[in-house]
Ligand binder design. Structure first.
Ligand code: SF4
Length: 396
């Protein structure tokens, strides 16, 4: 079989919802014509979502502490324990931010933070139960396997016990955070103190087994090879074969400012778009594919809607972690809806479980709240977004 014929066959099988091997995924990632791969990936989207709807979410990423013992080389957000710029938010501040988010129509909070040496399971139980008690309407889609391993280690308990306790406290869904690159070589190179990719997946599998679903992410552009990118999604697909617990896959691109890697490598726009399309074809067992407008920009986010993407993720009322590393893209509700509609799709607000809350069939259906903008209060922006001064407490 000629290479062209082989590529055509792989694209057709992927478009039809069949399973392609990692070797075949690598071949199309590197060699398939972009438009043909995009068309095949978009065929998957059309088959899965024939209503033409592309979703978005209103949520807020609230960081409870930037103190972290893990010191990932790509991270611009964390400060080591005892660093003078370390901070932790008191619970009142976290709840105040949740309240603001609810007022702006958020349906979800993503509570994320560093691996604070003092934060064991009881800290997270208190965090989640307090948020749930004050705002039961907010879905808590938060933390990641790294935080679960950290709290289990602090307390000397099993990951299963930690998961059961934070689930009982109110955690609804686990964010796909901390996946970075799952294969061993690139993971060790950028996050030598983080758990292995296999451990990250083990936590997810355990959580899925106890009825907590999650998403999965990938950070691309820190020097990993094409084959390692494919290996990353193959590791996710293997777990998904057993659990079905990953609702979505969300690749994003490494941001180079203020961190130890200093942008020596970065994924190009074309690599990102090709990866998006290949992922849609490869992850036949994952329902949703989300584009990252925050790291790639709105134009690339919109282009990805023609490469199999069915979700543009969150408006991100607040985001500090990736923005600290230089992600400068900003958005608002009007922009997100425009990106979707002008790509020929129907915008809809969704919740954490991808249920449609409001479908904007025509501009007359569009929400009109101008306050709903990204980064409306973010400490990654000098002056705190739109000028709010945020009370921080010393971490020590
Ligand atoms: S990415 Fe997370 S675990 Fe790694 S240093 Fe930053 S805050 Fe810590």
């Amino acid at each position: 079989m000629t290479v062209n014929r082989e590529i055509d066959d792989i694209l057709q099988r992927g478009a039809d919802g069949g399973r392609i091997t990692p070797e075949e995924a690598l071949l199309i990632y590197t060699d398939a014509p972009l438009h043909e791969m995009g068309e095949a990936a978009d065929a998957v989207r059309r088959r899965r979502y024939p209503d033409g709807i592309v979703t978005y979410l209103i949520d807020r990423n609230i960081n409870y502490t930037n103190v972290c013992v893990t010191a990932c080389k790509f991270c611009a957000f964390f400060r080591a324990p005892k660093h003078k710029e370390g901070w932790s938010h008191p619970m009142e501040e976290i709840l105040r931010r949740c309240g603001e988010a609810v007022d702006l129509g958020a349906t979800q909070v993503m509570l994320q933070g560093g691996h604070h040496p003092d934060y064991g399971t009881s800290y997270y139980e208190n965090l989640f139960s307090s948020v749930k008690a004050a705002y039961p309407q907010l879905a808590i889609h938060s933390i990641g396997p790294s935080e679960i391993l950290h709290m289990a280690k602090v307390d000397g308990i099993s990951i299963e016990d930690a998961i059961l306790r934070i689930k009982a406290a109110g955690l609804d869904s686990i964010a796909g955070a901390g996946a970075e690159m799952l294969p061993e070589r690139p993971r060790k190179a950028i996050a030598p103190l983080k758990e292995s990719g296999a451990r990250w997946l083990e936590v997810m599998e355990t959580a899925h087994g106890h009825g907590i679903e999650s998403t999965a992410t990938m950070m691309m552009g820190t020097g990993e090879t094409h084959a390692e990118r494919v290996e990353h999604i193959a590791m996710i697909r293997d777990v998904q074969d057993r659990t079905g617990g990953f609702r979505a896959f969300i690749p994003w691109t490494y941001q180079p400012e203020n961190n130890h890697l200093k942008g020596r490598t970065q994924a190009t726009t074309l690599e990102y778009l090709r990866f998006i399309a290949m992922s849609r074809l490869f992850l036949h067992n994952v329902d949703h594919l989300q584009a990252s407008w925050l790291t790639t920009g709105k134009e690339v986010g919109q282009l990805s809607l023609h490469m199999g993407v069915d979700d543009l993720g969150s408006i991100m009322l607040e985001e500090n972690v990736i923005s600290s590393a230089g992600a400068k893209h900003r958005s608002n509700l009007h922009d997100l809806i425009w990106m979707i509609r002008s790509a020929g799709r129907i915008p809809a607000q969704r919740d954490t479980l991808y249920r449609h809350l409001a479908v904007h069939h025509t501009p007359a259906d569009d929400p009109t709240d101008d306050r709903v903008t990204s980064h409306f209060s973010s400490i990654a922006i000098p002056g705190g977004g739109v000028g709010r001064s945020l009370p921080l407490v010393d971490a020590h």
